[in-house]
Design a protein around this ligand. Structure first.
Ligand code: ZN
Length: 396
């Protein structure tokens, strides 16, 4: 059984920025090159699946998700199975990989969560865990958003501050920080990048000049573009928005919450037209995702309620993360910002994988990549089945 070759036929597949009428072959949880199967091994697939004209695209990857369905990832501990609970509920939305995200928290939360979120291969029980995204506490007070001010920290001791708070970086994929705290020599950005952690710039008051210098020192992303950063000023300073079209051919990825609430559709179009290759859709979903209006839940240190389908700090109007899935963000990007299907799919699959430097195995249907994919109706975008490492984890 282990050696079984499965052929998905009568389907379209997204490969190399194109939608092709082509069959997909998988074996051992990987995408297989059928030529070597036919000509070198002189074999055919043992199992054939008729896809009835559906589109196969890579599984969705959400690199900024704080929880969902009433569960806050800041509550992860040694004996909890919160990642399993949340990601199983994301399978119907085509999500196959996530970076569990922790917002600014007291040290005890990092001590409890970080050792217990191991990078791991997914399957029926849980999506692929690509490593933690630690958002804060090394951010600007003036752009803290919903991050608790009493937990914010500076980087006056450089990389030692990172180690003192987070401990090991072994389970960490992304750190969002404000580059002005690491200015002018960026020792933290340099050392984290050297250790394979992606630095995303966010919750910051930095000018474009500082941001560009941070990118030259290794920063590779901008966190939730438009939110928690200086606005675009055409004369004084264009801010992080200027990164979309700068730095001599160096590509910067930028997270975008295209949920219809965190960015106007015209702003989404502007970002898309300026730099579509760097666009990474993120949900920034909090535990409120999947709850009903009026129901309350926890996000880091705050109690949250859903108000007019917006997640706000209970009793206020302060927006606090989002409450839709990355799948809905992708749909909304197509519907409201008129982004074409291929670009929208790649913004939720290929680009996040590229941002993490894992596009040889994730976010792609290239031969040799992990068989994480979704079968969907290319017109209605309805998800019919979700597969992780060649195993069907959801079927409608
Ligand atoms: Zn944020």
């Amino acid at each position: 059984m282990e050696d079984t070759v499965t052929q998905f036929s009568n389907c379209f597949i997204l490969r190399n920025h194109e939608i092709l009428k082509e069959d997909l072959f998988i074996r051992h949880g990987k995408i297989l090159n059928p030529e070597s199967l036919f000509y070198d091994e002189r074999r055919q697939a043992e199992l054939k699946i008729d896809c009835q004209g559906l589109l196969i695209c890579p599984g969705l990857i959400d690199i900024q998700i704080n929880g969902g369905f009433g569960i806050d990832f800041a509550k992860i501990s040694a004996d909890s199975n919160l990642l399993e609970e949340v990601t199983q509920k994301l399978f119907p939305y085509g999500v196959t990989s996530i970076c569990p995200t922790i917002v600014t928290s007291p040290k005890r939360v990092y001590d409890q969560v970080i050792p217990n979120v191991k990078k791991s291969k997914g399957g029926k029980n849980c999506a692929n865990i690509l490593g933690l995204h630690l958002e804060g506490p090394f951010i600007a007070k003036a752009k803290k958003g919903a991050h608790p001010e009493n937990c914010l920290k500076d980087l006056s001791n450089g990389f030692q501050d990172i180690l003192d708070l987070y401990g090991s970086l072994e389970n960490v994929a992304i750190i969002t920080l404000a580059p002005e705290l690491d200015y002018p020599h960026f020792p933290v950005i340099r050392e984290c990048t050297k250790q394979g952690v992606i630095i995303a710039l966010g919750h910051s008051e930095a000018t474009l000049e500082i941001a560009e210098a941070a990118v030259r020192s290794g920063a590779a992303m901008v966190t939730h573009l438009f939110n928690a950063m200086n606005g675009f000023h055409h004369r004084a300073d264009p801010g992080f928005l200027g990164l979309l079209d700068s730095i001599e051919h160096q590509s910067v990825f930028y997270g975008l919450i295209s949920d219809g609430i965190h960015a106007n559709s015209q702003a989404l179009k502007l970002a898309y037209r300026t730099n579509k290759k760097g666009m990474v859709l993120v949900s920034d979903a909090i535990s409120a995702m999947g709850l009903k209006p009026g129901e309350k839940c926890w996000y880091g240190q705050h109690e949250i309620e859903l108000k007019d389908s917006k997640a706000v700090i209970a009793g206020t109007d302060i927006l606090c993360g989002a409450s839709t899935s990355v799948y809905h963000c992708m749909k909304n990007l197509i519907e409201s910002a008129k982004v074409n299907l291929i670009d929208a799919l790649e913004a939720a699959t290929l680009h996040p994988a590229q941002a993490l430097g894992i596009a040889d195995s994730k976010g792609t249907l290239d031969f040799g990549a992990d068989a994480d994919f979704v079968l969907l109706n290319s017109e209605t975008l309805e998800i019919r089945s979700t597969w992780i490492h060649g195993e069907c984890v959801y079927k409608k």
